[in-house]
Design a protein around this ligand. Structure first.
Ligand code: GDP
Ligand code: MG
Length: 163
């Protein structure tokens, strides 16, 4: 009873931070600098009693808010096709961008199951961005903070029924 979970979303939303938290080792590259070359990365994740493979997606981190490099799109599509479940991460502080809409469209077309997560929502941060995320049409966003470990119980509750 194991499954794979792809972490999908535009650069800088916190995919690698969540990957590191779920895997418990600093395997993925976390970097503020744009232009860093990255690739798909897999790790063995634990969340409560769930054990699963987590896939961190990246690419050439040169996307602006209204464009998505072809390489990043291809990498995302590969991860989506590999994974049983996709966790689509948006930045609750930044709100929904044109890039987020592009990813949402890829997920609506290809993903078997999608869970939407609004990250960087520690404390009461990012409440309006979380509300904006409803407009993606992918259901209720799970509020998380990958950096501070908040919302992991809610993430478990969203994941467990699909596992
Ligand atoms: P990725 O490009 O999607 O893999 O994003 P990263 O994991 O590299 O994170 C990008 C930036 O967002 C880094 O500076 C992280 O420290 C920061 N970040 C990630 N998660 C959170 C969070 O929950 N809250 C806040 N405030 N910052 C975060
Ligand atoms: Mg990353």
């Amino acid at each position: 009873m194991t499954f794979s979970l792809a972490l999908v979303g535009r650069p800088n939303v916190g995919k690698s931070t969540l990957f590191n938290r779920l895997v418990g080792k600093r395997l993925a590259l976390v970097d503020d600098q744009p232009g860093v070359t990255r690739d798909l990365r897999e790790g063995e994740a634990r969340l409560g009693d769930l054990r699963f493979t987590v896939i961190d997606t990246a690419g050439l981190e040169e996307a602006t808010d209204d464009s998505l490099p072809a390489r990043m799109r291809r990498l995302t599509e590969r991860a989506v096709d590999m994974a049983d479940i996709c966790l689509f991460i948006v930045d609750a502080r930044a709100g929904i961008t044109a890039s987020d809409e592009v990813f949402a469209e890829i997920l609506r077309r290809r993903a078997k199951h999608v869970i939407l997560a609004a990250n960087k929502a520690e404390g009461r941060a990012g409440e309006s961005g979380t509300l904006e995320a409803f407009s993606l049409g992918l259901g209720e966003p799970v509020r998380i903070s990958a950096e501070h470990g908040e919302g992991m119980g809610e993430l478990y509750a969203a994941l467990a029924p699909l596992a």
